[in-house]
Design a protein around this ligand. Structure first.
Ligand SMILES: [Zn+2]
Length: 473
């Protein structure tokens, strides 16, 4: 159960990591002035040939929609329009979304008009992952028009801004430690007119619970979360032991898959032979065309399924092993990573590590939850996201440590029997980033290698020595 749980969580980690990887690429594109995502309405993504004939993806003004977008900005900047009026007018003038193979073109929504009017892309600026870049694309409007439109929208907002949604990278992740309801953001205005963002318990606010959770400034929660990152770090030696433990688990799973793999290979051969017989029957006209087509389809489906199963079982968890490296490498200095991150990366980091963050109150000086409204100190109760639930579990770490100490003997014995096994193990430990380990394995003096060096090869001579001694006793 546990093995498959780890496997699954590491696979899931992959998708997150993939997101990070692709973000890196996209940020690179934004920095060089390219449009990292689908171009907004009024532009089209096009492929053009460069001087040497390579296709380059670029962005051009949409001849149909571009002028309408430009008109909307200029008209709106006059201050004589509301968003609702502009919405109707653009509908009348025929502004629609771009059609895709799945969705036909349709008029924009009112919120779509609002998004359009607040998108700085039209003045030539790219905002991506919280950073601003100068775009290479042709602006549809001059910057001063854009800023005037923002002023007009700002003016509208002050009268109708009660339902504004406040966004924050911690939103959706933080909960009340008392009643476990979600915390949400309110912007409180002080008598001097300054705005203070707070997290408020939704259970208390909606009187769904007896909760007495005191609102807490977002800044304070930010600090608590940032401080928690210090505790996420795992020392290199322990990470090494965890890595080895999981690799061995993957080896076990690969080995367990072998009989199944053999059975599937036989099945594949049988289906292929059956396909040949079917074709013969058809060619000799002992089978009519409809029956042949139906059976052929059935067999193709079966064959596809079998081939897919074979692919899954024979992949040796190579991908998962790489994800393991990614997941563990984040634990070398997570606090630093978090400190330098912008809001979007922080959100991603929080989603990667935490399933749930509860903000707890406690009376000063004791650890009991306190609802007396006096001098509240706050703490966090954190639920980690897998695979970190596993890596940070003291029992897992102990298991990895014991395993490091105990398994070297087994491994030595195994390797004496089977040079092929040894080859696999050695290759793996080398890719673990422990240079010189294969060397120490063949030097008898390496018995002094510390335990944290890894169990696969570094401890082998010590184990052999122990065996010798115990046999003479
Ligand atoms: Zn509450």
């Amino acid at each position: 159960m546990l093995l498959h749980g780890i496997m699954a969580s590491i696979s899931e980690f992959y998708s997150r990591n993939l997101a990070t990887e692709s973000n890196k690429g996209m940020t690179q594109k934004a920095k060089s002035g390219g449009t990292p995502t689908k171009a907004p309405l009024g532009y089209v993504n096009v492929g053009v040939r460069d001087d040497v004939g390579r296709e380059v993806r670029t962005v051009q003004a949409d001849p149909a929609r571009g002028p309408l977008v430009a008109w909307a900005f200029k008209a709106f900047a006059s201050g004589n329009w509301t968003v609702a009026q502009m919405h109707r007018e653009l509908d009348k003038r025929g502004l629609t979304t771009r059609p895709t193979p799945k969705r036909p073109a349709k008029p924009l929504s009112k919120s779509g008009i609002h998004r359009l009017l607040t998108n700085p892309y039209y003045k030539g600026t790219i905002v991506f992952r919280g950073a601003t870049y100068k775009g290479c694309h042709e602006p549809l409007i001059p910057p001063e028009v854009f800023y005037r439109v923002q002023k007009v929208l700002e003016g509208h907002k002050s009268s109708t801004d009660r339902t504004q949604i406040h966004d924050h990278y911690l939103k959706g992740l933080v909960y009340c430690g008392q009643c476990h309801s979600r915390l949400f953001i309110v912007h409180a205005r002080s008598h001097t007119g300054s705005i203070y963002p707070y997290f408020v318990c939704s259970g208390r606010q909606q009187r769904k619970t007896e909760c007495l959770f005191q609102a807490i400034q977002i800044e304070d929660v930010e600090d608590l979360v940032a401080a928690y990152y210090e505790r996420l770090a795992i020392p290199a030696g322990v990470r090494e032991q965890l890595r080895n433990l999981v690799h061995v688990r993957f080896d076990q799973m690969t080995a367990e898959a072998k009989p199944e793999l053999a059975a599937l290979t036989i099945q594949r051969k049988a289906i292929e032979e059956e396909q040949d017989r079917l074709l013969d029957a058809y060619l000799k006209k002992t089978l009519d065309e409809d029956a042949h087509a139906r059976k052929q389809r059935e067999q193709s489906e079966q064959l596809e399924q079998v081939k897919a199963d074979i692919a899954i079982l024979s992949h040796d968890y190579a991908e998962a092993r790489r994800h393991l490296e990614d997941a563990l490498s984040l634990l070398s200095d997570p606090a630093k990573l978090y400190t330098v991150a912008n809001a979007d990366t922080r959100r991603l980091a929080n989603q990667t590590f935490f399933k749930r963050i509860e903000v707890c109150e406690r009376g000063d000086g004791d650890n009991e939850p306190s609802c007396d409204g006096l001098n509240h100190a706050r703490t966090l109760q954190i639920q980690l996201e897998p695979p970190y639930t596993y890596f940070h579990d003291p029992e897992t770490q102990e298991e990895a440590r014991d395993f490091a100490a105990a398994s070297c003997g087994i491994d030595t014995a195994k390797r004496r029997r089977s040079p092929a096994d040894m080859n696999v193990a050695t290759t793996r430990s080398m890719t673990d980033g422990s240079p010189g380990m294969t060397k120490t394995a063949v030097q008898p003096t390496a018995g002094s290698t510390p335990n944290t060096q890894g169990w696969l090869t570094g401890l082998e001579p010590a184990a052999a020595w122990t065996t010798t001694r115990s046999s003479t006793n």
